[in-house]
Design a protein around this ligand. Structure first.
Ligand SMILES: [Zn+2]
Ligand SMILES: [Zn+2]
Length: 354
């Protein structure tokens, strides 16, 4: 029997680039819910962009002052009445949006797209998230973590790697493709790692920030895991470099992980004729000449938002089979009481995924 304390610590984000650690009662799981002891809870770019610096969302996307953290991985320590699948002691990843369970998007496992006004509640936004010692989750949102993956591996899949997996599988990325990635933050590095796992023989990455360039190059030159073949500085005519590295053709597949207009255009420009281009970096706008860049090049453009429950489960299974570990791109691992430092590091954006 696990000893569960009465009180726990949890992290709240007031929206002015500060972090507050509060004391909360450890929740009691209700029907169909499980109590998790949180083992890892990573920070996503959306936490920084839309909650930490300022509260940007509105309506159902608005942060409700709850315990933050939407990339949780933990161990089940208590089951509520009526739980049917999860067991005490099991390690699980939490799909970070709880849906109404009764709409077409939820039926397909895409709780991210659930349209219910009251039934859709994102962990770390509208209900308590993973930056705490314990987390109350719906049993149906929990996916078992394979034995050979770490809890940090699991946390990284809950949003970031899951989002990349969804886009790459939608674009049917395979060993027949060369891959261009614009934006080499944690999501871009995830795209490089998953692209490699899928057999991509040439991975090109473009980035503007000096710290991120350095981090990407350090992963490129590691002989055991050369994630990228070429890391290109966005200041140095990046399209020329992409063209040069692909025999004048461009890449079969590109994915923008930055959300910047220039990088989105570059992703389209660097895609070869009949290729596929995916946008997963959030926010901002883009303007481009549609005929030469999209229509005449016969490019298929994908917008892709997060992933589904079944595809997250599939990603965990595939990572396990390939013995591929997202923890590779981790920066410092910090305890809960250093959450303020963790957010500062994540906001600076060049120390790996925090
Ligand atoms: Zn729904
Ligand atoms: Zn996220």
């Amino acid at each position: 029997m696990v000893d569960i304390p009465r009180m726990m610590k949890g992290v709240v984000l007031p929206g002015d680039s500060t972090v507050v650690i509060g004391e909360y009662e450890v929740p009691e799981p209700g029907p169909g819910q499980v109590l998790l002891k949180v083992k890892a809870s990573s920070i996503c770019g959306s936490d920084i962009r839309a909650i930490y610096r300022a509260h940007l969302g509105s309506g159902p996307e608005a942060y409700q002052g709850v315990i933050a953290g939407h990339e949780p991985c933990g161990r089940v320590v208590k089951l509520g009445p009526g739980c049917r699948a999860r067991t005490v002691g099991q390690r699980v990843v939490v799909y970070h949006i709880s849906g109404c369970g009764c709409c077409p998007d939820c039926w397909a496992g895409y709780q991210i797209s659930c349209r219910s006004r009251t039934g859709r509640r994102a962990y770390g936004w509208r209900r308590n998230g993973g930056h705490a010692q314990y987390l109350l989750a719906e049993e149906r949102d929990c996916i078992p973590l394979p034995d050979n993956l770490s809890e940090v591996d699991g946390a990284f899949t809950a949003c970031g790697y899951g989002t990349v997996w969804e886009c790459l599988r939608r674009m049917n990325v395979s060993g027949a493709d060369r891959l261009l990635i614009t934006g080499l933050g944690p999501v871009g590095l995830a795209a490089a790692q998953l692209g490699r796992m899928l057999g991509v023989p040439l991975v090109l990455g473009v980035e503007r920030a000096a710290g991120r360039l350095e981090l990407a190059r350090s992963l490129m030159y590691r002989p055991d895991v050369p994630l990228l073949d070429h890391v290109i500085d966005a200041e140095d005519d990046p399209l020329d470099a992409v063209v040069a590295h692909t025999g004048g053709e461009g890449c079969e597949v590109s994915v923008d992980c930055s959300g910047s207009a220039a990088a989105r255009r570059l992703a389209l420009e660097g895609t070869r004729a009949w290729g596929r281009c995916g946008f997963i970096g959030e926010g901002g706008k883009v303007e481009f000449d549609v005929s030469p860049l999209l229509i005449h090049k016969q490019i298929t453009l994908y917008g892709s938002w997060v992933t589904s429950l079944p595809h997250l489960a599939e990603l965990l299974a595939v990572l396990s089979r390939h013995d591929v570990h997202p923890q590779l791109i981790a920066g410092p691992l910090l305890p809960l009481n250093e959450a303020a430092k963790a957010y500062t590091l994540a906001d600076e954006g060049h120390s790996g995924k925090v």
